[in-house]
Design a protein around this ligand. Structure first.
Ligand SMILES: [Zn+2]
Length: 272
């Protein structure tokens, strides 16, 4: 199991966990080291694997320290590190996710119940609001989530990450955390696997790609030609000159097609 999936599994349990249970798990040690898990007092119970029948027993405390009663062995002492309980540090995780996605409008505490707002991501001029809810496996989970979201300003694009389950909901995209991010067990770094824009199905308006950069540059070339009084009457003639101007201004690039240039000239002339 990869680190992100292991962390999801622990979060989905929704309570304190014993490091004993994970003592041969490299990921658990990394979670403690990098801050994904924090100490949360003493375990309420432990599992006894010292006798013939594996059983759980409440942790007791006397002047000698912590231990538990086993029907076969009597009082079994526990070393201090065996009784420390751990909890997933959700504020830490939410903060890491917000950093990874460069979110605005972050919130460091739950919105309501177990619903967290990671923050807003702006992609291609669309804003996507990101949330986290530990489990989305039952109708009740979904209702709790919707209740928390209903108190928020409505965003057109909403994405909820869950550590377990994805419940289909109208106008809210859901995805499993470990399918969206990977966690490096060595460094504790998160890495994005799928873009939120893809997950919510928001339109991808290219801002850095060729089509829009053509548009911006063609517009400024057209404006310059108008200002210099160089624009010629014929649409084809004007487009050809503009295209030649583009080619000499940006010699390393393939100039836009004549049809594209004509469309921009036409738009400039009709003021659209
Ligand atoms: Zn026992």
């Amino acid at each position: 199991m990869n680190a992100a999936s292991r962390l999801c599994e622990i979060i989905a349990q929704g309570g304190k966990v014993s490091p004993d249970f994970y003592d041969d798990d490299r990921n658990f040690a990394a979670f403690k080291q990098h801050g994904f898990m924090r100490e949360a007092g003493v375990l309420a119970s432990v599992v006894c694997d010292q006798c013939s029948e594996m059983h759980s027993a409440p942790v007791v405390y006397d002047q000698l320290g912590h231990g538990y009663y086993c029907p076969e062995l009597g009082l079994v002492e526990l070393a201090p590190e065996q009784v420390i309980a751990y909890l997933p540090d959700l504020p830490f995780l939410i903060g890491k996710l917000a950093d990874l996605l460069d979110c605005k409008q972050r919130k460091a505490s739950p919105l309501r119940g177990q619903t967290w707002r990671i923050g807003a991501v702006t992609a291609a001029s669309e804003q996507i609001m990101l949330f986290f809810h530990p489990r989305l496996q039952t109708e009740d989970d979904a209702r709790q989530l919707q209740d928390a979201l209903s108190r928020q300003a409505r965003s057109r694009w909403q994405l909820v990450l869950a550590s377990q389950g994805t419940w289909p909901m109208a106008e809210i995209a859901t995805a499993r955390l470990d399918e969206v991010v990977a966690l490096d067990g060595e460094t504790g770094a998160l890495c994005l696997l799928v873009d939120p824009t893809t997950l919510v199905g928001a339109p991808r308006v290219s801002t850095g790609g060729r089509p829009s950069s053509y548009a911006t540059r063609l517009k400024s070339l057209i404006t310059a030609r108008i200002e210099r009084g160089e624009m010629v009457d014929g649409l084809n003639a004007e487009a050809a000159q503009l295209r030649a101007e583009f080619a000499s201004a940006y010699p390393t690039e393939t100039p836009p097609s004549l049809a594209t240039v004509k469309r921009h000239v036409k738009a400039a002339r009709t003021g659209s």
